[in-house]
Write a new protein. Structure first.
Length: 154
C-alpha cells in the first residue's frame, strides 16, 4: 500500500527542490527524516514536513481505517518536484526600459510504500546478477587497424 502527501505552490524553483529530493529517494523513512533534519538547504524543512505528513497518513490508515501497516518498514518510494505556475515580474532597466523575469513555483509529491520480503529478495537478485556479455557490434572501425598520427614538421 502507498501513502502520499503533496505540497503545492511552494515558492522555490523545482531544480532546487530536486537536489534535496534526490538525497532521500529509496531510503527508509527514519533515515530520510534524519537526512532532511541535517541538510543545509532552505527547502529541507518543507520537505521534512511533507515526509512527516505522509508518515502520519500511513499512521492514520493503520489506526483508524484498520489497514495493516508496519511503520518501521516504510521507505520513500517516489519523491518528485514538478513545475507550478510562474509569476511574471518586471524589473526597471536603464533608459526607461523594463526587463521581465519569472518567479518559479513548484509542486512537491512524496510517496511512501511498505517494503515487503518479496521486494527485498527481488532487489537482492537484481543487484547480484552480472551483466550479460553481448555480441560486439560491427562498426566502421571494427577490424581495421588504428591509423598513426603524423607529427608536424617544423
Amino acid at each position: 500500500m502507498e501513502f502520499r502527501a503533496e505540497a503545492k505552490f511552494i515558492r522555490v524553483s523545482p531544480q532546487k527542490v530536486r537536489l534535496v529530493l534526490d538525497l532521500i529517494k529509496g531510503k527508509r523513512v527514519e533515515d530520510a527524516l534524519n537526512t532532511l533534519a541535517f541538510t543545509k538547504k532552505g527547502i529541507a524543512p518543507t520537505v521534512h514536513k511533507l515526509v512527516r505528513s505522509a508518515l502520519e497518513n500511513a499512521n492514520y490508515a493503520g489506526q483508524d481505517k484498520g489497514v495493516d501497516v508496519d511503520l518501521d518498514r516504510l521507505f520513500v518510494k517516489n519523491a518528485i518536484s514538478n513545475e507550478g505556475p510562474r509569476m511574471k515580474r518586471i524589473r526597471p532597466a536603464p533608459m526607461g526600459r523594463a526587463f521581465r523575469y519569472q518567479r518559479r513555483m513548484t509542486h512537491i509529491s512524496v510517496v511512501l510504500a511498505e517494503k515487503n520480503a518479496d521486494q527485498k529478495a527481488a532487489l537482492a537478485t537484481t543487484v547480484g546478477e552480472e551483466p550479460k556479455a553481448g555480441k560486439a557490434t560491427k562498426g566502421k572501425t571494427a577490424g581495421k587497424p588504428a591509423k598513426k598520427k603524423s607529427v608536424a614538421k617544423k
